[in-house]
Design a protein around this ligand. Structure first.
Ligand code: NAP
Length: 326
């Protein structure tokens, strides 16, 4: 069988390549891709940015939902016809992150992808393929920060920066846990759509950290999700409560971001990096989403990769998805 894959051309675009299917290993599954979730990272992998050159000859994108069409002779976790999602770090099954967990990633922009049976998770039955394709990176990262760090309870305040893919999931999870969400964004229109407890527009209130303190009676937020905006980390620390957590999630504007060490020290803050998540976290998230009837917020669905990347670059509300017709 031959199938189509897309590979980066190193010039900011993609080449369409016909690939001969390899024999499936005994522990392998072959997945027919039904939808691909597009992430902020995919834009710079394919097109490059001021920090990185475009990737050369790589199959891009990590987030797929699809159906199992073939299984190896020793596979027990899945059968033909099962709906699955890719995992972005397939070596990270459970427990703390390690170099081994980071050592392997997934590539899914293709008609089919082959994976080990341990490298995929069952797609939540209540979600469509388009919805399930949004989960592997954005939802899992938000879930890791909001739920797996274990710092947020009912009545706590959570600050979420931006209204993109990770941010909208973070708001949904925090609200479902009973927390009060304060969303911080430069986009007035998108702020009005969030349904958050409070919204702060950085265009009119650049000192948003002071506004978080004012809204919380001077206490600050139990958790602040930092997206790497201009000077965001200093403000995130100021907006956090004593003994609070600042979760470093993204690099939207700035790769380096000054931190006010005194604030971190004097408030006993926990400043924590958050890398996507393990397969066990993914499975717990899927159960939580099913129990709470949570559905991803889809910004837009595209047939064309360029249109999907352009949409990411133009600041979506929620997730951008590709419905590839390979
Ligand atoms: N740690 C991890 O494992 C992990 C996983 C996924 C993503 N990330 C990172 O997290 C960040 C967000 O990812 P995402 O998937 O949510 O991205 P996204 O869906 O593209 O959303 C990014 C949001 O950032 C804001 N934004 C974009 N450009 C901006 C600019 N120049 N100045 C200010 N705000 C800007 C926009 O929200 P507003 O219009 O509301 O401001 C936009 O909707 C990225 O840096 C991504 O690489 C990290």
């Amino acid at each position: 069988m031959d199938y189509t894959t897309y590979r980066t051309d190193g010039q900011g675009g993609l080449r369409r390549v016909q690939t001969a299917a390899a024999p499936l290993p005994s522990d392998g599954v072959r997945v027919a891709v039904r939808a691909v979730g597009v992430n902020f990272r995919d834009v710079y992998v394919i097109r490059g940015n001021r920090y990185r050159a475009p990737a050369v000859d790589q199959v891009p994108m990590t987030d797929a939902a699809g159906v199992v069409v073939e299984v190896g002779s020793e596979v027990t976790r899945f059968k033909v016809g099962d709906r699955v999602c890719s995992t972005v770090l397939p070596n990270w099954i459970d427990g703390p992150l390690s170099a081994h967990g980071m050592a392997r990633s997934t590539a899914v922009l293709a008609e089919y992808f082959d994976a080990g049976e341990n490298d995929v998770v069952a797609a939540p039955p209540h979600l469509s393929d388009i919805e399930a394709a949004t989960l592997p990176v954005a939802a899992l990262t938000a879930w890791h920060a909001v739920a797996e760090l274990g710092v947020v309870g009912a009545g706590d305040t959570v600050v979420v920066q931006t209204t993109g893919g990770v941010a909208v999931f973070a708001m949904q999870f925090a609200q479902a846990l009973g927390a009060r969400v304060i969303v911080v964004s430069r986009s007035r229109d998108k702020l009005e759509r969030t349904g958050a407890w409070a919204a702060i527009n950085t265009e009119t209130t650049p000192e948003w950290d002071q506004q978080v303190l004012a809204l919380t009676g001077g206490h600050g937020a139990r958790l602040v999700l930092d997206m790497g905006l201009d000077d965001s980390l200093r403000r995130s620390a100021r907006a956090a409560a004593y003994e609070g957590t600042v979760a470093i999630i993204g690099v939207v504007q700035q790769q380096t971001n000054p931190l006010d060490i005194y604030t971190v020290m004097n408030k006993n803050l926990n400043v924590r990096g958050v890398e996507t998540g393990s397969r066990a976290m993914f499975e717990r998230m899927n159960r939580f989403m099913a129990e709470h009837g949570l559905r991803p917020h889809i910004d837009s669905v595209h047939d064309d990769v360029d249109a999907a990347l352009d949409r990411i670059a133009s600041s979506p509300y929620g997730k951008v998805v590709l419905n590839p017709r390979c």
